[in-house]
Ligand binder design. Structure first.
Ligand code: FPP
Length: 247
């Protein structure tokens, strides 16, 4: 298996991506925004494929935020159409390549046709083990935290746990990502230096990689460049260099 100069045993377990810049990519070419999103779908395929082939275990994609519902109706409809089509077309390949699909976010708000194919793919791929793709749809980091607080409060109220039982691991387990480990690497395309309400609880020690490349131009080479940069980072998790040397 081609590793492109990457160290196999130091790959991130979980990569999360804020896929930004589809609109700018389209504008630069005099195309409609939806054409930018369509081209962005090709980058999704490339990224899933390479993650799977490298042996990365989890890939989270911020495909549609809770705030994205406020975009023009045509754009929202176009994005939902692209999503539905992607899920239809990729089903077979996901099964062939052992890719498991998971969705996070407020699925109830999605159109019924998207929900149908999404639920089918999730159920069909649930026993696949090579790569888990986490699609964030109608998701927001704060929304996730609000839902988590409500769920835990409900358990306390029902007498299923005590206030004193609430700790970081209980909160983590109750977020939408549940047992999935926190991302090791968060990539954002198009150069914006912000999190835009994507994962909040999940990223205390996540390495951030921001590239000016627009999402439709995010190629296999660009992804490898991000992974190489990740492998050059020294992750200290709050410790000193000396402590790290002592193991
Ligand atoms: C941000 O670019 C991108 C989105 C809001 C949608 C991302 C969707 C896709 C990549 C395609 C469909 C997804 C899947 C999983 C098949 P932007 O529109 O904010 O770009 P701009 O900031 O340049 O306007």
């Amino acid at each position: 298996m081609e590793l492109y100069g990457l160290e196999k045993n130091r790959l991130p377990t979980h990569v999360a991506i804020i896929m930004d810049g589809n609109g700018r990519w389209a504008r630069l070419r005099g195309k409609s925004r939806i054409e930018g999103h369509r081209e962005g779908t090709a980058s999704v395929r490339t990224t899933v494929e390479l993650s799977r082939n490298l042996g990365i275990r989890y890939l989270s994609l911020y495909a549609f935020s809770s705030e994205n519902w406020n975009r023009p109706h045509d754009e929202v409809e176009g994005l939902m159409g692209l999503l539905e089509n992607y899920l239809e077309v990729e089903q077979e390949r996901m099964m062939r390549e052992g890719v498991r699909l998971v969705a996070i976010g407020d699925r109830k708000r999605l159109p019924a046709s998207v929900r149908r194919v999404l639920d089918r793919n999730i159920s069909l791929t649930r026993n696949n083990t090579a790569l888990t793709v986490i699609l964030a749809l109608s998701y927001s980091g704060r929304g996730d935290i609000v839902k988590t607080v409500r769920d835990i409060a409900r358990k306390v109220k029902a007498g299923q746990c005590e206030l004193a039982d609430i700790d970081e691991s209980m909160i983590a387990a109750n977020t939408e990502t549940g047992p999935i480990p926190d991302p090791d690497l968060l990539i954002r395309t198009s150069g914006e230096m912000r999190i835009s309400n994507f994962f909040l609880w999940q990223i205390p020690y996540t390495e951030l990689y921001i590239t000016p490349t627009l999402w439709p131009d995010f190629s296999e080479q660009q992804y490898i460049k991000a992974l190489l940069e990740f492998q050059r980072r020294k992750r200290r998790f709050g410790k000193t260099d000396e402590q790290l040397l002592q193991g």
